[in-house]
Design a binder for this molecule. Structure first.
Ligand code: PNW
Length: 479
């Protein structure tokens, strides 16, 4: 990099929250332990070609058995907050009955965190629907929303005395459109109408869970983690490209932001998704439930997208790659917009081909602040990058990941300067882990995991991030 480092440290506002994030299926392993039953990800991993390398979460990084050591690692990094998710099928088994041994694990985790002064941020749903519920139709069924509220009640009743920060859902765009239309994520269905129903039922589940949290764990702070991003037309002067960008922006961003923050689906999405039954699944009163006030908005940020209405790029993929990382053929998550093309800009990219433009984070946050008056306080609930690690005798010098995080933190500071109320940042991820359809081929950790020995080693990015958290600032020397 040739740009000059800022001459003085960039400080963040007092009380800014620094943390790292994980998700249950990506780290826990122990899929049969203590009464856990299969989720859609266990079932999806068994489909030949669904996940690169035939990888599964069966072992993952053994967090279920190494939890106390992993919590020590968070303490060693000096991070004041840790975002994790609860495995639905550990806590509720096949659906109705509470599985005490599974719930005990999260009780121990929360105790371990609070004993070390680490604030738990609990995500209720990070993609691991019980397979038993999928067998009944999954998120395409309205009843599933009520089942998540049941889980919320169980978890909040047990942990609500110690957990003050709750995230209902992680990235409902992915759980609905990628899981039910694109098929690149579990449950691997390619049914556009089911995906649209799933999107609404996920939002409803968020609203019902929020309501439950208000009554069971009063005083807690409740939010949702979305993954909005900027959708740019390849040629801003081309009508087709501009129209494609508006459409993709609708499906990825406004479909979720508008019901939550404005209490209504966007008019253009109601029209666009009319043939796919959106209006049919929305009952009277649903939007009031969905739009209940939030205490915080989680933003997971990785990259931007450039689209055109036609052309020579790969059709309908999520991130510009043609097809999934596994070998099976995946469809398009872009319901009714399957002809949209995604393009690269030739920028430096991560090993997933996700192009790096840190200022995109600032631009996104400034836009959200402008478009949604009354935007709740924002926390970046995920940000990070997949790069290959070179393990050397004197450490893991992941300069590329460190640069990525530093660039995005500078962009975050710029968003705050521009008036956006941003109050925290969680690095994705604490540990290298099971990266969904990419399996173990992509590493996001600020801590390296040897997938054979399970040994954990803090990377340079992790050491650097620890200094940021300790000083509440990006160091002046840039190093
Ligand atoms: C997010 N896409 O996943 C998830 O919240 C994490 O669990 C995941 O490990 C992380 O980001 C890195 O991928 C995404 O294709 C997966 O648009 C795919 C997409 C977006 C987010």
């Amino acid at each position: 990099m040739t740009h000059m480092a800022p001459s003085s440290a960039q400080r963040f506002p007092d009380g800014f929250v620094w943390g790292a994030a994980t998700a249950a299926y990506q780290i826990e392993g122990a899929v049969d332990a203590d009464g856990r039953t299969p989720s859609i990800w266990d079932a999806f991993c068994a489909i030949p070609g669904a996940v690169a390398g035939g990888d599964t979460g069966e072992r993952a990084v053994e967090h279920y058995h190494r939890m106390p050591d992993d919590v020590d690692l968070i303490a060693l990094l000096g991070l004041p907050a840790y975002r994790f998710s609860v495995s639905w099928t550990r806590v509720m088994g096949d659906g109705d009955a509470v599985n005490a041994r599974g719930l005990d694990f999260y009780d121990r985790l929360v105790d371990a965190l609070t004993a070390r002064g680490i604030e738990p941020w609990l995500t209720l749903y990070h993609w691991d629907l019980p397979q038993a519920l999928e067998a009944k139709g999954g998120w395409a069924e309205r009843d599933t929303a009520h089942r998540l509220a049941d889980l919320t009640e169980v978890v909040a009743t047990r942990l609500g005395d110690r957990v003050r920060h709750w995230v209902t859902l992680n990235e409902p765009f992915c759980s609905s459109f990628i899981g039910y239309a694109g098929g690149e994520h579990a449950p691997g269905r390619r049914e556009p109408k089911a995906a649209v129903a799933a999107a609404h039922h996920l939002l409803l589940a968020h609203g019902l869970s929020t309501r439950t949290l208000r009554s069971v764990a009063p005083g807690s702070r409740v939010g949702i983690a979305l993954n909005p991003t900027t959708i740019l037309p390849r040629d801003p002067g081309n009508d087709d490209d501009r129209a494609a960008a508006v459409l993709v922006d609708g499906l990825r961003n406004r479909m979720f932001l508008d019901p939550l923050l404005r209490g209504a689906y966007p008019a253009d999405m109601l029209t666009h998704l009319e043939p796919f039954g959106l209006a049919d699944v929305v009952d009277d009163g649903d939007l009031d439930v969905i739009a209940a006030p939030l205490d915080l908005l989680g933003i997971n940020y990785y990259d931007e997208s450039v689209v055109s209405g036609r052309g020579d790029g790969p059709a309908g993929s999520t991130e510009g790659d043609d097809g999934g990382p596994g070998r099976h053929v995946v469809g398009s998550p872009w319901v009714g917009a399957e002809d949209v093309r995604f393009h690269s800009r030739g920028l430096p990219a991560t090993t997933q081909g996700w192009e790096i433009r840190p200022d995109g984070l600032r631009d996104l946050l400034v836009r959200l602040h402008a478009d949604y008056p009354g935007l709740p306080p924002v926390y970046v609930t995920e940000n990070g990058a997949a790069f290959d690690d070179v393990v050397t005798v004197d450490g893991i010098h992941d300069t590329d990941r460190l640069d990525y995080v530093r660039g995005h933190l500078r962009a975050l500071a710029a968003a705050i300067d521009a008036g956006v109320d941003v109050r925290g940042y969680f690095a994705w991820s604490l540990l290298d882990n099971f990266e969904w359809a990419w399996g173990y081929a992509k590493r996001f950790g600020i801590v390296h995991v040897d997938f054979d020995t399970q040994e954990r080693t803090i990377k340079d990015s992790g050491h650097w991030y620890a200094t940021v958290a300790a000083s509440n600032a990006i160091p002046a020397d840039g190093g």
